[in-house]
Ligand binder design. Structure first.
Ligand code: NG1
Ligand code: MG
Length: 389
């Protein structure tokens, strides 16, 4: 893969300086959905597919960027001299530009040009975080090229800040954290309020994680995402009239039940209920996984989906159809939507000897009901962003 990308690099940029190569994975969230911006816990893991960057310094001040995924856009050129007024022009290039701007804003002097080629093999816009993946691969590349010393969590926060400010998506920190801090064969239990975290081995006995892409575009994702955030903020501020809490993640389900009457709007109440219960479910699920109780972990995944469907209302026909079809199969231990919702992917735990049947049967039933074709990936849990040596 890397050899191929290096050849393409030489072809596109017509230069033969020694290159360095970097990789940042995509991620899948196992449980803890729409809890990150509510100060709760999430439990994501890094994947083995993601975004590659091949880069070489130049002897002048030009920065040239190319994505193999968007050949029609061609080479995007900027100069180190105008990099403070990074223009938002080319869609994909905004991600690396936004991250570069974070370095510049922290006082890093980008005084040498470079050529960089990106290639990503994550399905785009599917809730597997292609955006955070290109952000983090840029962050580790710039750190290496300009010999800066930000720690991992700083790189994660700079990437999230780039997405918030430069791209304009007010996401929580889950994606960048999972991708920046990922560890092979482990998922990360992250407290999104304190950033305390612990790695937990993903040991599924004779089963695997299977990701299914609805191939339904997440058209509503951004507007509804922001709407859910506001609903939760409103609920929180009404609870804060009697409770000294910082976020919905501070409440147990029992406390929530005693105070939910403070939330005036019944819709806001349902959103807050999801956030509080989902946070509790996530902590419980990780306990079960540690005890080797995969069945209970799977049940909690299903409960998470139900709550996202009925209380948070972010699933939709396609995601619900995939999860229902999955749970009708033999050897399926749990299944839920993953990511923001409204389309995108599901993640299921499937017994290894049932995976072929799962892909055939779930795929068939999904197409019958929706007219769409789902893609399936058996996921391996990989490392976080790194240089490929
Ligand atoms: P996706 O849509 O999967 O990238 C989004 C947010 C996360 C988190 C989840 C819901 C972005 C970039 N990320 O994930 O921070 O809030 O939804 O749990 O929007
Ligand atoms: Mg994204």
């Amino acid at each position: 893969m890397i050899e191929q990308l290096k050849n393409q690099f030489n072809e596109i940029f017509q230069q033969n300086q020694p290159t360095r190569s970097f990789f940042a994975p995509g991620r899948v969230n196992l449980i803890g959905e729409h809890t990150d911006y509510n100060g709760g816990h999430v439990f994501p893991c890094a994947l083995t597919f993601g975004t590659y960057a091949v880069v070489a310094l130049r002897n002048d001040q030009r920065i040239r960027m190319y994505s193999s995924n968007f050949p029609d856009i061609g080479i995007v050129t900027l100069s180190t001299e105008d990099s403070l007024q990074l223009q938002k022009e080319h869609d994909w290039a905004n991600y690396p530009k936004g991250v570069m701007k974070e370095f510049i804003d922290k006082g890093v002097v980008i005084n040498k040009g470079f050529d960089i080629l990106f290639y990503g093999n994550i399905p785009n816009g599917a809730g597997l975080s292609s955006s955070a993946s290109i952000e983090l691969v840029t962050a580790v590349t710039i750190q290496a090229l300009f010999e800066t010393n930000f720690n991992r969590i700083e790189l994660v926060q700079m990437s999230q800040h780039a997405e918030n400010e430069f791209i304009g998506v007010s996401c929580g920190i889950m994606d960048q954290f999972a991708i920046g801090m990922g560890k092979e064969d482990h998922a990360i239990l992250l407290n999104c309020q304190t950033l305390d975290y612990q790695y937990s081995p993903v040991v599924l006995e004779n089963a695997s994680l299977v990701i299914a892409n609805t191939n339904k575009r997440r058209a509503l994702a951004d507007s509804k995402y922001n709407e859910r955030r506001s609903e939760c903020e409103r609920a929180l501020s009404q609870l804060q009239k009697e409770l000294s809490i910082q976020s919905l993640g501070d409440l147990t389900p029992e406390q929530f039940e005693s105070y939910r009457h403070l939330i005036q709007n019944s819709m806001d109440q349902k959103r807050a209920k999801h956030a509080v219960y989902e946070n509790a479910r996530t902590i419980q699920a990780v306990e079960k996984l540690k005890q080797g109780d995969i069945e209970s972990f799977g049940q909690l995944m299903c409960d998470s989906h139900t709550s996202l469907r009925d209380d948070y209302e972010v699933t939709g026909f396609e995601l619900d159809t995939l999860v229902e079809a999955a749970m009708d199969q033999d050897g399926v231990i749990g299944s839920r939507m993953t990511g923001a919702g409204f389309g995108g992917c599901t993640v299921s735990i499937v017994a290894n000897d049932k995976i072929d049947e799962f892909i055939n049967e779930v795929g068939k039933s999904y197409t019958e009901k929706t007219g769409l074709i789902a893609d399936f990936y058996v996921a391996n849990v990989g490392d976080g962003a790194k240089e490929i040596l």
